[in-house]
Design a protein. Structure first.
Length: 263
């Protein structure tokens, strides 16, 4: 007698078919075996001349273009905004989570929208503060090999395949950065912002680091090594404001952007 597959059989098969965590690829959500497909960035950076046309660089140019068009079209009427960065691993009981919430609330109170990477941790905290304060809470997600997902406090969310397209949106539609403690991704965003200001690609762009004890060792290394070796100048270091509270962070942002978000 043939075996009749039950709903439970199908569900169990779905659970065991590949152990890869679900994740997003741009607007697409991938689960089970589909989630094991390499990331779009890795396809772009790892050349393979034997690939079919839909996986070649000319085709990717169109896909990249679509991400810029989607981002520009969605955010073009956002108004004054500040990008808030920080670790996805910040726990909800961390003091920095509470500071992130307050940063979001105070930025909204000062007339700004809040832009984050849309994920958990410090990003969630800033989105939550902005959302609960009645302001615009924006999340710019990214395809990763593990599922992060857009946190529940994002009002306007865009998912990207490519880091550089996403990072353009962080800068283009923000008037400054508030940086909470974070890891490699946060450092990447911080140093890119500093480079853009240093090279005058963007102007009047405040960069505020929250957490004196956390960031001081990094800044000490910059002063004691980079500055001594002459690879940076004191003016480059002066681009950064180091604070310990949300109140101070937002005060610097408001002062450095002209004192009014409506300007």
């Amino acid at each position: 007698m043939p075996h009749i597959h039950s709903v439970d059989d199908n569900e169990n098969a779905g659970r065991t078919k590949g152990a890869t965590e679900p994740r997003r690829r741009g607007q697409v959500e991938l689960r089970r075996s589909q989630a094991a497909v390499p990331q779009s960035d890795s396809f772009l950076l790892d050349a393979d001349d034997s690939a079919p046309f839909t996986k070649t660089d000319p085709w990717r140019v169109l896909r990249i273009q679509s991400e810029f068009v989607e981002g520009f079209g969605t955010l073009s009427e956002l108004g004054p905004a500040i990008s808030v960065f920080g670790s996805a691993r910040t726990s909800r009981d961390s003091p920095f989570y509470a500071i992130g919430e307050e940063v979001g609330r105070r930025l909204v109170g000062a007339g700004y929208a809040v832009i984050t990477g849309g994920g958990p941790g410090a990003m969630e905290a800033a989105n939550k503060g902005a959302c609960q304060a009645g302001g615009m809470s924006v999340g710019l997600g990214i395809e990763l090999p593990f599922e992060q997902g857009m946190n529940e406090w994002v009002d306007l969310g865009i998912n990207f395949r490519y880091f550089f397209a996403r990072k353009t949106m962080f800068v283009k539609y923000a008037r400054g950065f508030v940086v909470l403690p974070g890891g490699f991704g946060t450092l990447d965003e911080l140093f890119e912002a500093m480079t853009l200001v240093q090279t005058k690609k963007v102007t009047s762009f405040p960069i505020v680091l929250v957490g004196v004890a956390y960031w001081t060792p990094l800044l000490d290394w910059v002063r004691d090594t980079l500055l001594v070796e002459g690879t940076v100048s004191q003016a480059d270091i002066d681009l950064i404001h180091l604070v310990d509270s949300a109140e101070e962070a937002v005060r610097f942002v408001v002062a450095d952007t002209g004192g009014s978000a409506a300007r």
